[in-house]
Write a protein that binds this ligand. Structure first.
Ligand code: ATP
Ligand code: MG
Length: 390
């Protein structure tokens, strides 16, 4: 039996945005996600995109799981292709939906007929197929309002399709439809969630990670790459930079009052990230900060960090509780990796008594105590290691 995947667009019907361009970007993204699985053709038709495997060895389970993570897809469903003939439609539905229907209590048939030449009208198709299914599956009753299984029959120009329930898609907008932004990524729980949330809005990601060897280990860096890989499963390839941060952290430790260590470090991180962002045509920064989580994330501290950047800084976790952030981290499968205990550069020289109500001018004064900061910053940008995570 020939099977295909039908994809329903999400928010593509946005005002002022060209639907065709959006769909083309979505198809390009789907192709990339399906590349390791096999060859497919893509056909646009009304608000649906038909994804057809090009040979019989292709595993549609794998294809559907890959597509479930593509932003811009509201829902997808697998469908059996059959002849435009009522007997074939009935035979296909009985066979193709056997498992789904035998586990259900209620069902409903919905028919759509875009080929008006088809001899039966939609309500007739529904009632004929419904009757046949009731006769075969004795566990079933009809429920037109809230069925366990919605059987859909579509009679189109060349074929008819039979399908059961939809699978929910990743939602959001296709990656690449909303520009580019650089995410400051640590090995923690929050920043991968922040990256995912902004990528879901169609933003293409560049990642910046600060590493301070030997204070932070190679394993910590690998953990960050692992996290980015999980996010890339949704948004496609991420360009990642690892910034050598040891000299700067040592300079902070040697020159600044301890209570300002973290904030000075944060501000320098912002500036370096902004330089990388400019190089990469990004127009915003993203962080995983959330109000009140730690001393460096009071609104006073955030104001000091924010003023170091000239670009807008998106903090999608800002109003979320830890529980909510963790729930998203579990959903996107980053949580277990995030909780592996490796040092982050943020925890290397932490002050015993950080300022929770810092004044920006005091933090700036502390920062100005570092000799040669511009040169150190420049050097960090120039010696950054660039990789592609996919
Ligand atoms: P996370 O769980 O994302 O690490 P957090 O609540 O632990 O966040 P901090 O460690 O204070 O908070 O970091 C706040 C934000 O600063 C992070 O969300 C991230 O965007 C950025 N950040 C922290 N450490 C690094 C790092 N080593 N490299 C890049 N960005 C970092
Ligand atoms: Mg952290």
């Amino acid at each position: 039996m020939k099977e295909i995947i039908l994809v329903k667009n999400g928010e593509l019907v946005l005002k002022g945005l060209n639907r065709n361009t959006f769909e083309d970007i979505l198809i390009k993204n789907m192709k990339k996600h399906l590349l390791p699985i096999g060859d497919f053709t893509f056909t646009k038709s009304q608000s649906t995109i038909m994804v057809e495997p090009q040979n019989e060895d292709i595993d549609l389970d794998d294809a559907a799981s890959a597509l479930e993570k593509v932003f811009g897809i509201a829902a997808l469903s697998r469908a059996a292709v059959c002849e435009k003939d009522m007997a074939d439609i009935i035979r296909t539905a009985k066979e193709y939906l056997a498992e789904e229907l035998s586990l259900a209590k209620t069902f409903k048939v919905e028919a759509k007929r875009s080929d008006k030449q088809f001899p039966l009208k939609s309500p007739q198709i529904s009632s004929e197929l419904g009757g046949e299914l009731l006769a075969k599956f004795h566990n079933l009753k009809v429920d037109v309002h809230n069925p366990d299984v919605l059987v859909t029959v579509e009679v189109r120009d060349r074929y008819a399709f039979v399908r059961g329930n939809n699978i929910k898609g990743a939602g959001g907008m296709p990656t690449g439809t909303s520009g580019r932004a650089a995410v400051l990524i640590s090995g923690g729980i929050d920043s991968p969630v922040a990256a995912y949330m902004m990528a879901k809005r169609g933003i293409e990601l560049v990642a910046v990670h600060f590493a301070s060897p030997p204070y932070t280990s190679e394993l910590a860096e690998m953990k960050v790459m692992e996290l980015l890989k999980k996010v890339a499963a949704y948004c496609g390839t991420i360009t990642a930079y690892v910034i050598p941060f040891t000299k700067i952290q040592e300079a902070i430790r040697d020159n600044c009052p301890e209570e300002y260590f973290t904030l000075v470090m944060r501000r320098i991180m912002m500036r370096i990230s902004e330089r990388i962002a400019q190089k990469q045509n990004c127009t915003a920064l993203i962080t995983g900060e959330s109000v009140g989580q730690v001393a460096s994330q009071t609104i006073y501290a955030l104001a000091c960090t924010d003023s170091a950047a000239n670009m807008p800084v998106f903090r999608p976790c800002i109003g979320m509780d830890k529980d909510e952030i963790v729930a998203t981290a579990r959903k996107i499968d980053t949580f277990e990796t995030s909780i592996q205990p490796y040092e982050d550069c943020c925890t290397v020289f932490t002050p015993k008594h950080p300022k929770t109500r810092p004044k920006c001018e005091d933090v700036e004064a502390a920062e100005n105590l570092i000799p040669d900061l511009d040169r150190l910053t420049q050097e960090a940008v120039e010696t950054a290691k660039k990789t592609f995570v996919r």
